[in-house]
Write a protein that binds this ligand. Structure first.
Ligand SMILES: [Ca+2]
Ligand SMILES: [Ca+2]
Ligand SMILES: [Ca+2]
Length: 181
């Protein structure tokens, strides 16, 4: 599998990936998991991390380390993002009573109360809730939008890490296929 990827990106068949070839590979990997192309600085950082012997090109062995590390990491991140997205949608479906696509204070309070209850905690005081609400109401307009709610989910709802890592196992061939298309 790694051999195939390597051959695909080694355009000049030199048996090594030069910087330009490596850049294409890295950007394709990023793109396959919905990330933007790397910046110059990030590319340099990644490249020097994997160019272990420092000869300015990636050998097949060096490239395979990149593929294994980054595809796993990025896939995992993409799964976490997808999970958060689903949770935010669920929250809005349940708590956005007026269907405005925003949670008002009262609606947010109902959510926070339910979450505290699930954790076996007492409902927060008005002051404690006010602090929570203000922390996440980044633009201070008195309502929580879905993007503000994303931060809330990250902080308050436990991400099922074990479940996520089991999902990522065996995901390599899938991305591999996309790269080879
Ligand atoms: Ca080459
Ligand atoms: Ca090298
Ligand atoms: Ca807001």
């Amino acid at each position: 599998m790694v051999k195939k990827i390597f051959r695909k990106y080694d355009k000049d068949n030199s048996g090594e990936l030069e910087r330009k070839e490596s850049l294409k590979l890295i950007n394709d990997v990023f793109k396959s998991v919905g990330k933007r192309p790397v910046t110059h600085a990030l590319f340099n950082q990644i490249f020097s991390e994997f160019d272990v012997n420092g000869d300015g090109v990636l050998s097949e062995a060096e490239m395979s380390q990149f593929v294994i590390k980054y595809i796993n990491e990025l896939e995992e991140q993409a799964l976490v993002d997808a999970y958060i997205d689903v949770e935010v949608k669920k929250i809005f479906k349940k708590y956005d009573k007026r269907k405005r696509g925003k949670l008002e204070r009262k609606e947010s309070l109902a959510l926070v109360k339910d979450l505290f209850k699930q954790e076996g905690k007492k409902a927060p005081s008005t002051i404690a809730f006010g602090k929570i609400f203000n922390e996440f109401d980044v633009d201070g307009d008195g309502v929580l939008t879905p993007s503000e709610m994303t931060q809330f989910v990250v902080k308050f709802m436990k991400l099922p890490e074990k479940k996520l890592s089991s999902l990522t196992q065996g995901s390599l061939p899938q991305v591999d296929k996309q790269l080879l298309d």
